[in-house]
Design a binder for this molecule. Structure first.
Ligand SMILES: NC(=O)c1ccc[n+]([C@@H]2O[C@H](COP(=O)([O-])OP(=O)(O)OC[C@H]3O[C@@H](n4cnc5c(N)ncnc54)[C@H](OP(=O)(O)O)[C@@H]3O)[C@@H](O)[C@H]2O)c1
Length: 330
């Protein structure tokens, strides 16, 4: 059993999640990579324990994280049982359903049938009675939104999740989803979109929608899966995500065009007295709508880097302009 650091709640900033009673740490830890059955369990355990010691109270999962799919939730279950037992009430644990999980027409997308069955499976794997947040993982173009939101609503009412979230929903669909939820007397707690210096779609209407409807925002892949760090400046290291056969970042995505920009951003970060990973995290957290940045990590030290980013100096207007011009290739 792990004895957490007594000072853990002084180490990180907590931000209110939209208009809700929940606060999330500015940095959350995601279990997409490095917590699966193919990974070294002792490393996954060490990262989760260290994160909790740093005040990271939120672990983000999904039914399909692994590989194999489902195994990251089993790792979470192992950690909860062996390392963090007794601390359930200090943790926000999320899961999701929306991507293909089992064969046939009921193991994918956004039907009530899929969401309810998938959450039951997730709870079993994690050994939990409830998750704190349950997300619909991606929009389903064919299932009526009323059905998907109705399922999230009923799941929350059943007590198997405390709050509902959506992920990867465009602004207009988010607005419609929230209207449906409100009509049932509920509210979407949080949205989980992809956002980084290399992926800025949320700036085009989503953040405004979230602010207007009081929905929190936790951004994923804020480091563009590791591209927005100093890791790939001299090629693809053997221990990086791009080099791993099970990584979602493929070597061909590490382009010379991107690395050219990363090199300039890295110089800027140095001038600010921080690592590029920290500058990239501070940059997504600069919006007041962004409650938390959910990072991935392969090593304990990367979590230390991230937590320091949450107390970075604010960006001057000149710095923000310079970042925009580097990203525009100027
Ligand atoms: N809702 C969705 O559809 C969705 C989709 C994707 C992800 N997510 C969530 O978002 C979480 C984070 O996604 P992500 O892992 O892509 O996030 P990320 O923070 O952009 O990338 C994490 C990776 O960057 C590298 N890294 C991190 N800190 C570093 C540092 N200080 N220096 C050098 N390299 C560093 C590590 O890769 P190395 O292995 O190379 O060290 C690490 O695994 C996931 O775990 C999941 O919870 C959600």
């Amino acid at each position: 059993m792990h004895t957490p650091d007594d000072n853990r709640y002084e180490k990180i900033k907590y931000n209110r999640c939209g208009r809700s009673g929940i606060q999330l740490p500015a940095i959350s830890l995601g279990f997409w990579h490095n917590f699966g059955g193919v990974d070294v369990l002792e490393n996954s355990r060490a990262m989760a324990r260290h994160a909790f010691d740093l005040g990271i109270t939120h672990f983000d999962l999904a039914n399909n994280y692994g590989p194999p799919p489902g195994s990251a939730e089993e790792t979470m279950g192992y950690i909860l049982k062996n390392d963090l037992r007794g601390y359930r009430d200090e943790l926000i644990i999320s899961s999701k359903a929306g991507y293909g999980m089992w064969p046939g027409p009921y193991g994918d997308w956004g039907s009530r049938k899929f969401l309810v069955a998938s959450l039951d499976q997730s709870l079993k794997r994690m050994g939990l009675d409830y998750v704190d947040i349950f997300y619909h993982h991606r929009p389903d173009p064919e299932t009526p939104l009323e059905e998907t939101m109705g399922a999230l609503h009923d799941i929350v009412r059943s007590g198997k999740a405390l709050y509902a979230g959506v992920s990867n929903y465009p602004a207009e669909l988010t607005k419609n989803a929230e209207e449906i939820m409100r009509s049932m007397g509920m509210h979407i707690l949080i949205h989980q979109p992809k956002y980084s210096m290399f992926e800025r779609w949320v700036e085009d209407g989503l953040l405004t929608e979230l602010r207007e409807d009081g929905i929190g925002c936790i951004v994923f892949s804020p480091l563009a899966q590791g591209l927005l760090t100093d890791k790939y400046l001299e090629g693809i290291p053997a221990d990086s995500r791009a080099a791993k056969p099970t990584g979602f970042l493929r070597p061909e995505q590490v382009t010379s065009e991107k690395i050219g920009k990363v090199r300039k951003l890295n110089e800027m970060a140095k001038a600010r007295g921080q690592k590029l990973a920290q500058m990239a995290l501070a940059w997504v957290l600069r919006h007041k709508e962004v409650t938390s940045a959910v990072i991935g990590a392969s090593k304990v030290g990367q979590i230390d880097d991230a937590v320091k980013a949450a107390t970075s100096p604010a960006f001057s207007p000149e710095e923000l302009k310079k970042i925009d011009s580097i990203l525009a290739g100027k």
